[in-house]
Structures are given as C-alpha cells and as structure tokens.
Design a protein around this ligand. Structure first.
Ligand code: HEC
Length: 199
C-alpha cells in the first residue's frame, strides 16, 4: 500500500507539472501571447499504446486467420511494426514491451522497471492496474500493464500441449530458444508497455 501511494504521488507530481505556462512577450514587438505547454505524457502514453496495441492485434488476428499461429508469429514483434517508428518519431518516445518471463531477449525488465513491475504484480486476476508515469531524474517513463485478456493470446502464450499447438511449440523453440513466455492463463499479467520520453 505504501508503494502504491508513493507511485501515485509521483504521478500526481508529474500531472501538476503539466500546467500551461503563459508568458507574455514585450508588447512593443507586437508579438502575441506565447503559450508553452508541457507535453501531456499520460495522454500521449495512452494514445500511443492504444494505437500500437490495436495495430499489433489487427496484424496478428489477420495472420492467424490466414495461416494460424505459425504464420502470425512474425507479426508479434512490436519493433517490426511499421507504425512503431512513426509513433516514436512523432512523440519523441521509445516504445517497448518488457516483462519478467520474456520471449524475446530484448524484452527483459531493466533495473528501473522493477518497482512498477512488482506493483503491477500485486494486482488481482482480471483487475486492470492503472497506467503509471514515473520521473527518473527528469526522464519521464509511462507504463501500462498488458494482460492475457484475449483467448487468442493463449495460442502462443498458453499451456503447451493444450493451448499451443505442437507445430507452434516447435516454431517457438526454433526462433526463441530461451522462451519463458508460455503456460499463461486467462487474465494473468503478461508484461507492460514502456514508453521512454526523450528528455
Ligand atoms: C501468433 C502467436 C502470438 C499470439 C497470438 C500472441 N503473441 Fe505475444 N508474442 C509472440 C511472439 C513471437 C513474441 C516475441 C516477439 C518479439 O520477438 O519481440 C511475443 C511477445 C509478446 C510480448 C513481449 C514480451 C516478450 O515476452 O517478449 C508481450 C507482452 C506479449 N507477447 C503479449 C501478448 C498478448 C497480451 C497477446 C494476446 C492479445 C499475445 N501476446 C498474442 C507470439 C504471440
């Protein structure tokens, strides 16, 4: 509970920094009022993760329909999505997904992610934990938990032998020899979106 309060107060702190600052320029040079607004990191975070997530789901869903899980596996890499680059560029943000039981080696939790991850893990099954904005010495990071919220996820992250077809197990073994992202059940915490804003 203490941790929750600490995190919430960090978010509130950042929220309160998002106020609009109004600066009036010298009236002699005839310029109008200039407004400087700090980015709304939480809104951007929600928009970017919504877009990334729905694009990912769309591609995976289509590929699953056409060719089953083995055909869809290649669309699961967020960095391989064309939308990621444009979202990153437009919002000056680095987008990734991180988790404790990672499939791709690159998606492992960093030291700085641990406290938020531990906090998300305290959530009960089927309860969506809140998005969180953290300020790491001036670097803003937005986190959003990712759940096994859809039965489709189980085709590639569920129980081996029942949910994941043997041919898919073989493909995953081939592509991800150190895969830890199996044997999940519906509603479980799978990972989190991590958006690192440029300072
Ligand atoms: C067609 C198989 C497939 C389906 C369906 C699928 N995934 Fe994945 N998932 C993968 C693969 C493959 C990776 C590794 C992608 C990469 O190399 O970055 C992955 C990676 C992830 C990651 C990044 C962390 C990690 O383990 O590397 C998360 C989070 C994730 N999946 C969540 C989900 C959720 C939630 C669903 C359901 C909405 C889902 N996946 C459906 C195959 C799948």
């Amino acid at each position: 509970m203490k941790k929750l309060i600490a995190i919430l107060s960090i978010s509130l702190f950042v929220f309160s920094c998002g106020e609009t600052e109004t600066k009036e320029k010298d009236s002699k040079n005839n310029s109008k009022e200039v407004k400087e607004t700090a980015p709304d990191y939480i809104q951007i975070g929600m928009d970017v993760t919504n877009t990334a997530q729905s694009t990912l789901l769309k591609h995976v869903g289509q590929a699953m329909k056409m060719g089953g899980p083995n055909a869809a596996i290649q669309y699961c890499n967020i960095n391989a999505l064309s939308i990621t680059d444009s979202l990153s560029e437009a919002n000056h943000v680095k987008i990734s997904r991180v988790t404790e039981k990672n499939r791709n080696e690159k998606n492992v939790l960093a030291q700085e992610d641990l406290s938020i991850w531990e906090y998300y893990k305290t959530g009960a099954i089927n309860v969506q934990m809140p998005d969180t904005l953290v300020d790491f010495n001036g670097k803003k990071v937005f986190y959003r938990p990712i759940y096994i919220a859809n039965p489709t996820c189980l085709n590639c992250h569920g129980q081996q032998g029942t949910d994941i077809m043997d041919v898919t197990v073989a493909k995953l073994d081939e592509l991800y020899p150190n895969d830890k992202a199996r044997d999940y059940n519906m509603g479980e915490l799978r990972g989190m979106w991590k958006l690192e804003f440029e300072k």
